[in-house]
Design a protein around this ligand. Structure first.
Ligand code: ADP
Length: 558
């Protein structure tokens, strides 16, 4: 080579070196400007990535802080970069991961599938659920998505890895929630069927009670001198009263649970209500406990449902009697506290344990005392009482210093400010009654006949028929003063019979009193619409019947 040739070669090498230098300078400039995150160096055909620690671009931050695993792979599936979340998921380190194939982290059964997906991603993005195995051996259900990145003619693969454990937990939770909802629906259905069953059962049980009560009343009135017969008669009366109470409680259960207790409010006086309840308890039971009532002189009026309030107070007083041993005392007191009336019922009976106290107002709750006394009710009295008191805007509170140390119940009811008006005074129905002509209509022949005899014994003229059509025929021919009419009749129901009677006889129509096994508020409303003058629920006591019949002929209130 001549000296000229050597000079030319050196000049060309020099030019190439300048070119490389210029290129390197522009790369350095780009690095300084932050335009480059990593340098890919190809060695023996295998690319290696050198990331620049100083590169701090927002998208790098995004990838590093994202909640999903992310990796950049070479076209053949070697991990070039793994974000912190993927490192965490695989329980590994970024240096261990870099350079390994992603397929090495797939569960054995999924390895081929993952390799296939990486290959297929060159044509289009692919996504599927696979299992990875972390360094600690945990199997990791993930959704993995591959897509191709083309950088300066080289193919890279980006992988996004989503942990499916949370999603699966969510799915399991959603399934459990659905199952709970279905179970709740089934329970609600069963509960409704139970309520309907209880109402039907109570209705069916009432039917035989009516004639038993009437027959017992007949025996009682026959005034037998045989001691044994009188005793037997008393037993029947007592047990029928007890059974009637249980059956009524059964009906109340469904009323409370279905929220069907409706109040028929009017202005009343708390002292009157209390006196009525105490009087009725004193007269109906042979008390061997001392029951005192203190009501004061002040008139405490409220807007309330007399029957329901009496029932509420009566439940608490009867409990006090039931849970107080012979010779004990039950004090009932009525006082005013600001705008409220307070009814205190204090007994010195068996008391309530602190454990049982919080539950006594719950339905079917009875303190287990291991004796028979606690089994003589259904455990709904206080639940019903609380319901009634709350419907009146009041509260009830029970307390006891402990077992054997008596109990105290306090009912608080909002009072009404009242301006006395003579026309508002309640006129009690007279109990004295002159003889009436009474037609009894009931398809239960025993019920009709026994009532027929019982009323005849009190001086009335009575006749029984067993079908609606017979009732319509009879009223035309014999014109009774009163018709005691059962609702569920086989041919024409009681509502229709009442309607036709009114239509045929107009103002000359006798007083029509419903005698029904159903005691729901809607049944009573329906009866009023059909033209009944009064509504009695079976089994009706002779006293109640006498009162209602008398009320039909009482003059207007003065
Ligand atoms: P029942 O009397 O039918 O069992 P209640 O709902 O009326 O049902 O009462 C619930 C429970 O509260 C009773 O079983 C009893 O354990 C307790 N209890 C209520 N009143 C008294 C009282 N005056 N003294 C002691 N225990 C009482």
């Amino acid at each position: 080579m001549t000296a000229d040739d050597r000079i030319r070669k050196l000049e060309s090498e020099n030019a190439q070196l300048r070119e490389h230098l210029a290129e390197s300078e522009s790369v350095l400039d780009a690095i300084q400007r932050g335009e480059i995150d990593a340098v890919v160096v190809s060695r023996a055909g295998e690319p290696r990535v050198f990331t620049l620690q100083s590169a701090d671009h927002p998208y790098r931050r995004l990838v590093e802080t994202m909640g999903e695993g992310a990796a950049t792979l070479s076209g053949s599936g070697v991990i070039l970069y793994a974000n912190p979340r993927l490192v965490e998921l695989l329980d590994s380190s970024s240096t261990t991961l870099a350079g390994m194939r992603l397929t090495e982290w797939a569960a054995e059964s999924d390895r081929e599938r993952v390799a296939g997906m990486i290959e297929m991603s060159s044509a289009a993005a692919v996504s599927d659920e696979v299992t990875l195995t972390a360094a600690n051996g945990t199997d990791l259900p993930v959704r993995i998505s591959f897509s191709t990145l083309e950088i300066q003619g080289d193919r890279y693969v980006s992988a996004i890895i989503t942990d499916q454990r949370l999603a699966r937990h969510h799915a399991a939770l959603a399934e459990a929630a659905e199952q709970t909802r279905e179970a709740n629906d089934r329970l609600r259905d069963a509960d409704q069927r139970k309520d309907v069953f209880l109402a039907t059962l109570a209705h069916e049980l009432r039917n035989p009670l009516a004639p038993i009560r009437a027959a017992a009343d007949v025996l009682h009135r026959l005034n037998t001198h045989d001691d044994k017969q009188r005793k037997a008669c008393k037993i029947i009366e007592r047990q029928v009263t007890h059974m009637t109470r249980l059956v009524d409680d059964l009906l109340e259960v469904s009323r409370i649970t279905l929220g069907r207790i409706q109040l028929q409010k009017r202005q009343d006086n708390l002292a009157n209500i209390l006196s009525g309840v105490v009087e009725s308890i004193r007269s109906s039971t042979k008390l061997d406990r001392v029951l005192t009532l203190e009501v004061g002189n002040e008139s405490l009026d409220l807007d309330g449902d007399t029957v329901r309030l009496s029932q509420a107070v009566s439940n608490v007083i009867e409990n006090a009697i039931k849970y107080t041993t012979a010779g004990g005392t039950i004090d009932v007191q009525l006082i005013r506290d600001g705008a409220d009336g307070i009814v205190r019922i204090v007994d010195n009976g068996i008391g309530i344990s602190p454990d049982a106290l919080p539950q006594i107002f719950e339905m079917f709750t009875q303190e287990d005392r291991g004796d028979r006394r606690s089994n003589s009710g259904l455990g709904i009295g206080l639940a019903l009482t609380r319901n009634i008191v709350e419907l009146h805007g009041g509260t009830i509170h029970g307390s006891s210093p402990g077992v054997g140390r008596g109990s105290e119940f306090v009912i608080r009811l909002p009072l009404k400010e009242r301006r006395a008006s003579p026309t508002e005074e309640r006129v009690d129905s007279p109990n004295i009654l002159c003889s009436q002509d009474i037609l009894i209509v009931d398809d239960n022949v025993d019920a009709a006949d026994s009532l027929c005899i019982a009323l005849a014994l009190t001086g009335h003229t009575t006749k029984a028929v067993y079908r609606g059509s017979a009732a319509l025929d009879t009223i035309e021919s014999s014109r009774p003063d009163i018709v005691l009419l059962d609702i569920g009749l086989p041919d024409i129901d009681g509502y229709e019979v009442a309607r036709r009677m009114r239509k045929r006889l107009g103002t000359a129509c006798p007083k029509v009193i419903a005698l029904s096994g159903w005691g729901r508020d809607q049944d009573k409303m329906r009866a009023t619409e059909a033209g009944f003058d009064a509504y009695l629920t079976k089994p009706v006591s002779p006293e109640a019947l006498t009162r209602v019949i008398a009320a039909q002929f009482a003059g207007p209130a003065e």
